[in-house]
Design a protein around this ligand. Structure first.
Ligand SMILES: C[S@@+](CC[C@H](N)C(=O)[O-])C[C@H]1O[C@@H](n2cnc3c(N)ncnc32)[C@H](O)[C@@H]1O
Length: 272
């Protein structure tokens, strides 16, 4: 298993809302900046992918938590489903347990992990824990090669940014991920970058505008089916892609810059 960070790579930092969060010294990024871990986890991921409503409608839902990190997104799912009778599987992926280990040791300062400390410890030790009606699984290793549990209905996509974690944002990777999705599925992300949205669209996702969080005035909700999106992007966004100087999809080793004619034609054909 790749261990890119150890527990010494993190510090505790207060964010603007007053909540405490983790900062990766190695990547120079704060987890859930500005609004703090739980506000972002609940608003950006759980609410926008309608996890509770969809679980109750169908009686069964599978959620992928990509980048378990310090488990704020996972805890938001456990919390939201605490009173539900739906059967939910939560599959968390990470190639490092260092952030969770750091968060468990600092659970009192972070707050949100306190009620779930025993569950998190069992998850790490056994790879699985039953937390109320949620069966929570941990999959160690590189998500790009290890992801093989049952196909999801919702993906909370939360690696580091494209600048710090480029391999998790490429067209090659998203196309492979999209090919595994055989059930109607949403993918929520803090990114609102045109290049990321273009990359997801060329990989076969429909793209929607997500609500503001922290310093971001928008986020992104992608989906296998357009009907899953509250605010699908359309021709106005295509115009913005055309004018942008940084709209090229994120290909492995590919140059940044404006989108090519060929990619723009494929993008337009897929969206119209
Ligand atoms: C910003 S943190 C996630 C924060 C987390 N979702 C939370 O709620 O606390 C990003 C995480 O993605 C993980 N990660 C990055 N690249 C990965 C990869 N290729 N496979 C698996 N995990 C990866 C990192 O180890 C890190 O824990």
């Amino acid at each position: 298993m790749t261990v890119p960070e150890d527990s010494d790579s993190f510090t505790l930092v207060p964010v603007a809302s007053g909540a405490m969060s983790l900062r990766s010294v190695l990547h120079g990024e704060t987890f859930h900046p500005v609004v703090g871990p739980m506000a972002e986890a609940r608003g950006l991921h759980v609410a926008q992918s309608r996890i509770v409503e969809r679980a109750e409608e169908s009686g069964r839902l599978i959620v992928w938590d990509v980048g378990l990190g310090a488990a704020a997104n996972a805890v938001a799912v456990l919390e939201a489903l605490a009173g539900s009778t739906a059967r939910v599987e939560l599959h968390s992926f990470d190639h490092s347990l260092a952030p969770l280990d750091f968060a468990v040791r600092n659970a009192d300062a972070l707050g949100y992990l306190v009620p779930w400390r025993a569950a998190a410890a069992q998850l790490v030790e056994m790879g699985r824990v039953d937390a109320g009606n949620v069966a929570w699984f941990f999959h160690p290793g590189d998500f790009r090669v290890e992801a093989a549990p049952p196909p999801p209905h919702a993906i909370m996509y939360d690696p580091y940014s494209p600048a710090a974690n480029p391999g998790m944002w490429t067209l090659e990777h998203f196309a492979q991920l999209r090919a595994q999705l055989c059930e109607p599925c949403t993918l929520t992300s803090y990114s609102r970058s045109t290049a990321v949205r273009v990359t997801l669209a060329l990989a076969g996702f429909h793209i929607g505008r997500g609500k503001a969080t922290g310093e971001k005035d928008e986020t992104t909700v992608a989906a296998t089916h357009r009907e899953l999106l509250a605010e699908p992007l359309g021709s106005e966004w295509l115009g913005r892609v055309r004018r942008s100087t940084r709209s090229a999809p994120l290909r492995e080793g590919g140059p940044a810059g404006p989108i090519s004619e060929a990619d723009f034609a494929r993008l337009s054909a897929g969206m119209l």
